[in-house]
Design a protein around this ligand. Structure first.
Ligand code: GDP
Length: 364
C-alpha cells in the first residue's frame, strides 16, 4: 500500500487506460473504402427523403450543415424541393439542464408515440461538441430503444458556428424530416445557453424539464426559459423524490401565475413525471392534445407558424447583410485600420462602425 498523501486527495486523477477500439481499425478502413459515399444529386436526395430513407435523410442534413459553397447550392435546391411537402408535423421543443432526464424522457415519450402509430424525429442540438469535442449529448448511449426503432430518426447536431447558423440548420432539418414523413419532431436543447430562445421560435410547443429542489442559482437561469414554456415537467417524480416533486409542482404553478398571459390563450401547465417508470406520460399527451385543439380552434397555431415565417425572412436578411458587409472588398481593405485606430484610442468603436457602414453603403 502506498502511503503517499497525494494518493488520498480527491483531486488526484488516475491515468486512464486507453480502451481498445470497438471496431477492428483495418476492417473499418476497408468498409469505408468499399462503401465510399458517392455524392448524390439534389434529385437523389429528394427521392430518398420522400421514400423515408433514413440514411439519405441523415446525409441530407449533413449537406445542409456544410459550409462548402457547392454543398450550399445543392442544399438550397433540395430545401426548395422539400418545402411543398413540409409543415405537416407537430414540432415540440424539449429543454432542460444536463442530467434532468431529457434523453430518458424522449425515449419513453417517443416510444409511447410510436405505439400510437406516429413517426418520430429527434433533432438534438448539442452546444458542447463544437468546443470540447466531448459532447453533453453524444458521450453516452442515448435513447437506445428509440434509435433502433424503424419509426424513429435521431440526429444529434453540433452547434458549431453562429447561433443564427444553428437555428437555420435546425429549421432546414425540420423541413427535411417533414418531407420524409415524420409526424412529430422533437427538438432537444440543453437548457444552458441561448439556443432555447431560437428553438422556442421554431416549434409549436415548448416543454421544459425540471427537477425538484434545484438550487436557486439554477432557477435564476431558467426564469427566461420558464416564460417560454407551454408545459413544465418535473421529472424524476419517483421513489423518495415523489413528495418533493409534488411540492415543486405547486411552487412552479404559483410562479407561472405571475407571468403575463400568453398570446396563444393557453395557460402553461405543470405536471410531474417519471421517465423511468413512464408515469405522467399520458397526462402530458393529454395536455399536448388540448393545446393543439385550443390553438387550432382559435387559429393561433397557423398565426404562430406564419409569424415564424416572417421572422425567418428577417433573420435571413440580417445574416446575409452581415455576410455581405464583412466580405465586401471595401470593408476587407479598411477594417484592420479601424481596428488599430480603436486600439490606439484614436477613434471610438461607435464612430468606426458608423464610418465603415457609410463606406459600405457608398460602395454598393
Ligand atoms: P439528460 O442529460 O437530460 O439527457 O439526462 P438523462 O436522460 O441522461 O438522465 C440522467 C440520469 O437521470 C440518468 O442516470 C437517468 O437514468 C436518470 N433519470 C432520468 N429520468 C429519470 C426518472 O424519471 N427517474 C429517475 N429516478 N431517474 C431518472
Amino acid at each position: 500500500m502506498n502511503n503517499n498523501k497525494n494518493d488520498k486527495s480527491a483531486l488526484r486523477v488516475n491515468k486512464g487506460v486507453e480502451q481498445p477500439s470497438m471496431v477492428n481499425p483495418s476492417l473499418a478502413t476497408g468498409i469505408k473504402n468499399r462503401f465510399k459515399k458517392e455524392s448524390l444529386s439534389a434529385d437523389q436526395y429528394f427521392n430518398g427523403i420522400r421514400q423515408g430513407d433514413r440514411a439519405v435523410l441523415s446525409r441530407a442534413i449533413t449537406l445542409i450543415e456544410s459550409t462548402r459553397p457547392e454543398d450550399k447550392q445543392k442544399a438550397g435546391i433540395l430545401i426548395n424541393k422539400c418545402l411543398p411537402y413540409s409543415g405537416n408535423s407537430f414540432r415540440i421543443g424539449i429543454t432542460g439542464v444536463p442530467g434532468v432526464g431529457k434523453s430518458t424522457f424522449i425515449e419513453s415519450y417517443g416510444l409511447s408515440l410510436i405505439k400510437q402509430k406516429k413517426k418520430i424525429a429527434v433533432l438534438a442540438i448539442d452546444p458542447s461538441s463544437s468546443r470540447t469535442k466531448g459532447s453533453i449529448l453524444g458521450d453516452k448511449t442515448r435513447m437506445e430503444k428509440l434509435s433502433t426503432n424503424s419509426n424513429a430518426f435521431i440526429r444529434p447536431s453540433s452547434s458549431a458556428g453562429t447561433l443564427g447558423g444553428v437555428a437555420r440548420n435546425t429549421r432546414e432539418s425540420i423541413i427535411l424530416c417533414e418531407a420524409a414523413g415524420f409526424d412529430i419532431i422533437l427538438i432537444e436543447t440543453v437548457g444552458v445557453g441561448q439556443s432555447e430562445t431560437a428553438v422556442a421560435q421554431m416549434v409549436d410547443f415548448f416543454l421544459l424539464l425540471m427537477l425538484a429542489g434545484g438550487g436557486d442559482e439554477l432557477q435564476g437561469i431558467k426564469r427566461g426559459i420558464m416564460e417560454m414554456a407551454d408545459l413544465i415537467v418535473i421529472n424524476k417524480a419517483d421513489g423518495d423524490n415523489l413528495n418533493k416533486a409534488n411540492l415543486a409542482k405547486r411552487e412552479y404553478q404559483n410562479a407561472l401565475h405571475l407571468f403575463p398571459a400568453s398570446e396563444s390563450g393557453w395557460y402553461p401547465k405543470v405536471v410531474t413525471a417519471s421517465s423511468i417508470e413512464g408515469t405522467g406520460l399520458s397526462e402530458i399527451q393529454n395536455l399536448i392534445d388540448k393545446y393543439l385543439s385550443l390553438t387550432t380552434e382559435n387559429n393561433y397555431f397557423d398565426h404562430h407558424r406564419k409569424q415564424q415565417l416572417i421572422s425567418i425572412m428577417k433573420e435571413t436578411i440580417s445574416d446575409a447583410l452581415i455576410n455581405r458587409f464583412f466580405n465586401s472588398k471595401t470593408i476587407k481593405a479598411k477594417i484592420k485600420d479601424f481596428e488599430n485606430k480603436i486600439l490606439k484610442g484614436e477613434i471610438s468603436p461607435y464612430e468606426a462602425a458608423d464610418k465603415l457602414l457609410e463606406m459600405y453603403e457608398n460602395n454598393l
